[in-house]
Design a binder for this molecule. Structure first.
Ligand SMILES: Cc1cc2nc3c(=O)[nH]c(=O)nc-3n(C[C@H](O)[C@H](O)[C@H](O)COP(=O)(O)O)c2cc1C
Length: 244
């Protein structure tokens, strides 16, 4: 399912291996409350499972970001068209999840300038769309805002001359940066007041003791991308721990 029946120009990983993405079905307007209810169920499940909080994933062109971007949302109902309409679903989900957890236990992940996933085009007016969304998010007292800065796993560039740091500054709370960070970049951007924390992705795969290694200045083991989407533990959970 998707906001509109537009097939992503990319592949997905299934039990049968890597296959071409199929064409999604456009959600009916009447189905939208059920979608929000599924997020509520997930939030409740996470609570019962003993999580400390949840992150609303509105990045990387998964369902919520498909609604946000005008490139993937061609709807004509209350969930498509204007910026207000395209951000309606994500704001309804945040509102519902905050009611389960409280705002200080809910974060949100956005990727305003990430191009790569499914070769999905960017929104035609990134600053207006995501700026509006961030302004609205301020009402919830969220634990943090988290950006994929640049194109996920690829580069830290911002097309359309978007100043991501300025966009992030519209958020009132803590900010987590992600994408191609190493310790030096993390320290530099933290010192400049651009980020409050970093989400490390790939370095954590091959360094289960990443935090201790960064703390002690120990060298990092490079990850093995060819095993990232493998169907076994090899290259995912068999990396050595060197830092006590
Ligand atoms: C094997 C692998 C799987 C990933 N799966 C997801 C995913 O399901 N959803 C998502 O938003 N990002 C996913 N990512 C992207 C990471 O969350 C992160 O944004 C990206 O790796 C950039 O951070 P890094 O440079 O620290 O690795 C994945 C990355 C890798 C390497």
């Amino acid at each position: 399912m998707a906001p509109s029946a537009i097939r992503a120009d990319g592949t997905v990983y299934t039990h049968a291996g890597e296959v071409q993405a199929s064409e999604p079905r456009a959600l009916e307007s009447a189905e939208m409350p059920g979608i929000v209810a599924q997020y509520v169920q997930a939030a409740e499940n996470a609570k019962r499972a003993g999580f400390d909080g949840v992150e609303v994933h509105a990045a990387n062109n998964y369902l919520l970001e498909q609604f946000i971007r005008d490139s993937t949302n061609k709807r004509t109902d209350a969930y498509g068209g204007s910026t207000e309409n395209r951000t309606r679903l994500v704001l309804e989900v945040v509102d519902a999840v905050v009611k389960v957890w409280g705002g200080n236990r809910v974060g949100i992940r956005l990727s305003p300038v990430s191009l790569q996933i499914g070769n999905t085009p960017l929104d035609s007016d990134i600053v207006t769309t995501y700026g509006y969304l961030i302004d609205k998010l301020n009402a919830f007292g969220l634990a943090y805002l988290h950006f994929v800065e640049g194109t996920t796993g690829t580069d830290r560039e911002s097309p359309q001359n978007v100043d991501l740091d300025a966009l992030r500054a519209r958020f009132d709370g803590p900010f987590i940066g992600n994408n191609k960070y190493d310790l030096a970049l993390a320290e530099q951007r933290r010192a400049a007041g651009k980020i409050d924390a970093v989400a490390f992705g790939r370095p954590f795969i091959s360094n289960p003791d990443l935090v201790a290694r960064l703390h002690k200045g120990l060298p990092l083991t490079p990850p093995a991308p060819e095993t990232f989407y493998g169907d076994s533990a090899k290259g995912l959970t068999d990396w050595p721990v060197v830092a006590a």
